[in-house]
Design a protein around this ligand. Structure first.
Ligand code: SF4
Length: 218
């Protein structure tokens, strides 16, 4: 792979030798860190569990983004389709940004600052997905953290739901949690410390806050 990844377009082959795949996965993992992730791991895709309870928690209690984003429930792909599609992948790159200071994760007095951490995760997802595409992994697909309404456009209601164009067509996408991925469970399985952050806890008093993203590669 060339040092400068811009415009990379590698020949698509039916089979990818195992050594080549491992080399590429390691390259994508290192790139995630280079693009700003605090940590990144290559994980078997079947570590990702689609859990209907995660999706249900978008509605109970109601998330402020529910029904207001084309990628958030009840819109977006249905879980059966997601689970079937993800079962076709073997490997994924999981990464996380350490939100420092942790209160910036959900600082109600500075929502833009909190959104910036989610935006960074969306940007890394988009860059790794593009890099994988150019490397011949044309089915690579990534998911971010939080609603792209919060992280990217900052609109009260998704422009696509109003019949308009999304200003971030390549960056905007579903979050991991919106498609039922158990992010806490996955991060714990990988071995990274993570703590619940919710409305009645001060994120500044939580030892760590993570902004997480994933790209399924092959
Ligand atoms: S970033 Fe695009 S898809 Fe996401 S909420 Fe805004 S307009 Fe909709």
């Amino acid at each position: 792979m060339s040092k400068d990844q811009n415009g990379l377009s590698r020949l698509i082959t039916r089979e990818i030798p195992h050594n080549k795949l491992r080399q590429d996965l390691d390259c994508f993992r290192r790139k995630a860190v280079e693009f700003g992730a605090s940590m990144a791991e290559i994980i078997p895709a079947n570590w990702v569990q689609i859990d209907e309870r995660v999706r249900l928690k978008c509605a109970i209690p109601l998330c402020p983004h529910y029904q207001k984003n084309i990628y958030c429930p009840p819109h977006g792909p249905d879980l059966e389709n997601v689970a079937k599609a993800l079962s076709r992948y073997s490997w994924a790159i999981l990464f996380a940004l350490d939100v420092i200071p942790a209160e910036q994760f959900s600082d109600q007095s500075n929502k833009r600052q909190a959104a910036d951490w989610a935006r960074k995760a969306f940007e890394i997802v988009g860059r790794i997905e593009t890099l994988a595409l150019g490397s011949g992994y044309y089915l690579a697909m990534g998911f971010g953290q939080a609603s792209c309404k919060k992280a990217l456009c900052g609109q009260e209601r998704c422009l696509v739901l109003e019949g308009r164009n999304c200003p971030y067509p390549l960056k905007a996408r579903a979050s991991m949690e919106a498609v039922g991925m158990d992010v806490y469970g996955l991060v714990t399985k990988v071995g990274w410390d993570i703590y619940p952050i919710y409305r009645s806890v001060n994120p500044g008093e939580v030892p760590r806050a993570l902004s997480v993203g994933i790209v399924f590669i092959h």
